[in-house]
Design a protein around this ligand. Structure first.
Ligand code: UDP
Length: 157
């Protein structure tokens, strides 16, 4: 593993899919130099939703969050790159779109706390990225390949 092999879990939430923002989210991450290594267009069931958002189990918004995330299809993905988890979080912007900076995905497209377009693993929660990737993908679904622009993105390639 070299320094730019960090992987992170990203998901276009049901509102993002319904509002035709899946391509926009993928484009932004691609253009940032991150590499797509897995993708699954899927409907999340209640069991998976509860596991994925397990840390929020005791919060008042938990039931609504599970209901929302299971309300329509999502695009679940794994993206790879240097500092990928933190970089995706920076591109996402604050959880509440009203607070998210313009230029971030949530700042540009988010509607409210629930309909905030995108999920990305928390970089402050050690190992959250690996746990979420494992929850959604089998190891053999992660594709190992070189992207043509890597020598430009990473000078040591
Ligand atoms: N959320 C909500 N109400 C709240 C806080 C969070 O509906 O008061 C939702 C919101 O959509 C958020 C998700 O729960 O994206 C997970 O919350 P977290 O604090 O992990 O935010 P994130 O990591 O998504 O920025």
């Amino acid at each position: 593993m070299s320094h730019h092999d960090e992987r992170t879990f990203v998901m276009v939430k049901p509102d993002g899919v319904q509002r035709n923002l899946t391509g926009e989210v993928i484009t932004r991450l691609e253009e940032r130099g991150l590499k797509l290594v897995a993708a699954k267009f899927m409907q999340i069931d209640e069991d998976l939703a509860q596991q994925h958002y397990g840390e929020h189990e005791d919060k008042p918004f938990f039931d609504d969050l599970v209901e929302f995330i299971t309300s329509g299809p999502v695009m679940a993905m794994v993206w790879e790159g240097a500092d990928a988890t933190r970089q995706v979080r920076r591109m996402m912007g604050a959880t509440d779109p009203a607070e998210a900076a313009p230029g971030t995905i949530r700042g540009d497209y988010g509607l409210d706390l629930s309909q905030n377009v995108i999920h990305g693993s928390d970089h402050e929660d050690e190992g959250a990225n690996e746990r979420e990737i494992e929850l959604f993908f089998d190891e053999d679904e992660l594709v190992d390949y070189a992207r043509a622009d890597e020598p430009w993105v990473y000078e040591d390639e």
